[in-house]
Write a protein that binds this ligand. Structure first.
Ligand code: AMP
Length: 543
């Protein structure tokens, strides 16, 4: 027997309609690409999103067409979230840090008809334009006065485009399973893979993300998403915040510590979201000016593991709780969070910091299990580790325009290796391809890296498995020193001695000026393995 309730589709346009009606005065503040701060309300954003949808329709864009965006976090990119998806087209966010060939691949594979681009990113498109097969034109997200010189054809001005329309527009109604947004994973090998979110998956994810025991987003929140809108839709935060009328502060292209602090202070933001490297830079800057983050309650850290030293510093120096979150492009992205609980409150600071280094409990809507090498399910005892499998209504089923399912018996293999403890806290041991196999046992490169960055002379650390004649692989530490300092293996290993098992201690340390990162800011270990995989063998034969 079926229920008797309305079968109303969940559509992204409902978010901006709701925000306009019930949070019309709440503010959206942006640091602009042109320079300076822009400020308006959800009411203004809603009207401009309708104008954008009308303008795109006038260009011939229809349901199912793909429009690329190559842009920083600003109010215009925010308008694309609704203007493009709301009309039934697909917003294909493109990461400006991708290699040229990956960008060309994505534009062609998604069959983008137009790309909406920030003026200062236009050169990236100029460099690749010859390879674009389906593109009809470019829309530069600025006004006429700031339109850059370009040799590209059919370049339109965003402000002129929407000024040419009124905001009298009814959002169309369609099936909630219609595609809304497309984000490609920046795999370290092979072509990027497209994850095609639907209106339904985006809406359910945003509702779950806003919940008190998830990101706790409400009308009292003033949030700063440093996580880019081109990476998994800024973790779904623009949707979730608009549902609840949070004040939203977009940092534009300026992601350095000084610029972020200026916005945090001026706009009194209380919720920050971003990857660890961004917060390292902010914390260093705060130290250098001797100030603390007075308005901030919570810093959400995801994308890479949050080191314990960062958890401690946010709490002890800034009175802020580091909410560690884990997820991935294929999961929209939210999977787990270390939400503050009464149990956490009862712990000593030190025990709580330890718990916060775990990636957290699954948010409602996500199921997790871990599998051993034989494919059997492993116990949730906090010790056994295996392949982390997930399923849920906002998790990918198959990759875009790719044959076959992405699933294994209905579950998605995250590519992460993890433990789950009896309370349900999941902890990432490593990416399955990064784990170090030493004498038949596994060493977590992530744990070693996170412990090593606690050393006062280490600014950034990366651990890879290097070939070893006796143990198969042993850990090799590449370390970027804090400015003006030197790091040595002896000093780091004596620092690590009470933090990791003795047989985990790195066999060698190489001091480097910088470490390579992927387009999403994660350590890029592939080229390091290529260069250093035989380092220990070579040392051995040289001695
Ligand atoms: P992406 O799809 O680019 O967002 O990358 C997802 C991957 O980033 C995950 O599968 C993890 O390997 C890693 N990741 C994300 N969040 C965390 C976290 N909090 N701790 C450790 N690794 C993380």
């Amino acid at each position: 027997m079926q229920g008797n309730m309305m079968n109303q589709p969940l559509l992204i346009s409902q978010i901006i309609q709701h925000a306009e009606q019930y949070h019309s005065q709440a503010e959206i503040v942006s640091r602009t690409v042109e320079g300076g701060i822009h400020r308006y309300t959800y009411r203004d954003a809603a009207a401009r999103s309708r104008k954008l949808a009308k303008a795109l329709s006038a260009l011939g864009i229809q349901v199912g067409d793909s429009i690329g965006t190559l842009a920083w976090n600003t109010y215009r990119h925010y308008e694309c979230y609704f203007g493009i998806s709301g009309l039934g087209a697909v917003m294909n966010t493109i990461n400006p840090r991708l290699f040229a060939e990956q960008m060309t691949y994505i534009v062609n594979h998604s069959r983008d008809r137009y790309i909406m681009v920030d003026a200062n990113l236009l050169p990236l498109l100029e460099a690749n334009a010859a390879g674009f097969e389906t593109l009809e034109g470019y829309i530069v997200m600025t006004d006429r006065a700031h339109m850059p010189e370009t040799r590209l054809d059919n370049v339109l001005c965003y402000e002129e485009l929407i000024e040419g329309q009124d905001d009298d527009y009814e959002w169309p109604q369609f099936d909630e399973n219609t595609a809304a947004a497309l984000c490609y994973t920046s795999g370290t090998t092979g072509n990027p893979k497209g994850v095609l979110y639907s209106h339904r998956s985006t809406m359910i994810h945003a509702m779950a993300a806003a919940a008190p025991d998830a990101l706790n987003i409400s009308s009292r929140t003033s949030l700063l998403p440093v996580v880019p809108m081109f990476h998994v839709n800024a973790w779904g935060v623009p949707y979730a915040a608009s549902m609840h009328g949070s004040k939203m502060v977009f940092p534009g292209p300026a992601l350095d510590g000084a610029s972020l602090w200026e916005l945090i202070d001026a706009e009194q933001t209380n919720l920050l979201l971003g990857v660890p490297t961004v917060w390292l830079a902010l914390l260093q800057y705060m130290d250098s000016i001797g100030k603390t983050l007075e308005s901030v309650n919570t810093v959400v850290v995801g994308g890479s593991a949050a080191p314990e030293s960062m958890i401690r510093t946010f709490h002890q120096k800034h009175g802020a709780f580091l909410l560690h979150a884990w997820g991935m492009t294929e999961m929209s992205p939210l999977g787990t969070l270390t939400t503050p609980t009464p149990h956490m409150d009862s712990l000593s600071d030190e025990d709580r910091y330890k718990l916060q280094t775990k990636q957290g409990k699954a948010t409602f809507g996500v199921e997790m299990k871990i599998l051993g090498e034989d494919g059997a399910e492993l116990p949730h005892d906090g010790e056994a580790f295996g392949r982390l499998m997930v399923r849920g209504p906002w998790i990918v089923d198959s990759y875009f325009r790719t044959e076959g399912s992405a699933l294994e018996d209905g579950w998605f293999d995250t590519g992460d290796v993890a433990t789950i403890d009896p309370a349900g806290y999941m902890q990432i041991v490593d990416r399955s391809k990064d784990v170090i196999k030493s004498g038949g046992e596994w060493i977590s490169s992530i744990d070693l890296e996170n412990a090593a960055v606690g050393h006062p002379d280490v600014a950034e650390a990366c651990v890879i498995g290097a070939a070893h004649p006796k143990w198969d692989e042993r850990p090799l530490l590449l370390a970027v020193p804090v400015e003006g300092r030197e790091v040595t293996l002896e000093s780091v290993n004596s620092f690590l001695a009470d933090k990791v098992a003795k047989w985990w201690l790195p066999d060698a340390l190489i001091q480097v000026e910088a470490l390579p990162h992927t387009a999403t800011g994660k350590l890029h270990k592939v080229p390091l393995r290529e260069t250093y995989y035989n380092y220990l063998n070579e040392q051995e034969s040289a001695s």
